[in-house]
Design a protein around this ligand. Structure first.
Ligand code: ZN
Length: 171
């Protein structure tokens, strides 16, 4: 079970709007398998979006503690409330930032067989869903950080947010 290479902030694919899935075939099954293997090979993992392994398609895998969730062409139907908490990204290892998110989300997604599914999430699951869905639109969590609250995980010191944002912009 080896994973694919995870692209780092600065790769232009991470800033592209991903394309929807139109065929629910073996290729999609392989992509979901690659994403799951890559997710579980990573330390401190919670979610991974297809653009992070170089595939600009609207596919996400997540495991926020209750098993694997696959999202295909997800859409947000409803959000409620607000939460403020620490967030990190497999494409930007070693850093975390304080990000405000909705506390509750309801989404409509498709299964790998193309069937519609409604998912509701609160707190950490809601945060995961919003973080990963942002990846499908080329948005990164550092875009949401207020008050410069980006931290270097090793030292616990504040990191240079402007530099991180500049490095992760479209070239
Ligand atoms: Zn991420």
């Amino acid at each position: 079970m080896s994973g694919k290479k995870i692209l780092p902030f600065g790769d232009p694919i991470l800033r592209k709007k991903a394309r929807p899935i139109v065929r629910f075939d073996q290729e999609l099954g392989k992509l979901l398998g690659d994403l799951a293997n890559t997710l579980y090979a990573a330390e401190g993992r919670a979610g991974l979006a297809a653009p992070q392994i170089g595939v600009s398609k609207r596919v996400i895998v997540m495991d926020c503690g209750d098993g694997l969730i696959e999202l295909i062409n997800p859409r947000i139907l409803e959000t409620r409330g607000e939460q403020t908490g620490s967030e990190a990204c497999l494409s930007f290892p070693g850093y975390s930032g304080v990000v405000k998110r909705a506390n509750y989300v309801k989404i409509k997604t498709l299964t790998r067989n193309g069937e519609e599914l409604l998912i509701e999430g609160e707190e950490f699951l809601a945060r995961c869903i919003q973080h990963e869905m942002d990846h499908l639109d080329g948005v990164l969590y550092i875009d949401h950080i207020q008050d410069n609250e980006l931290y270097d995980d090793q030292t616990g010191e504040k990191a240079n947010l402007q530099e991180a944002v500049r490095r992760s912009k479209k070239p």
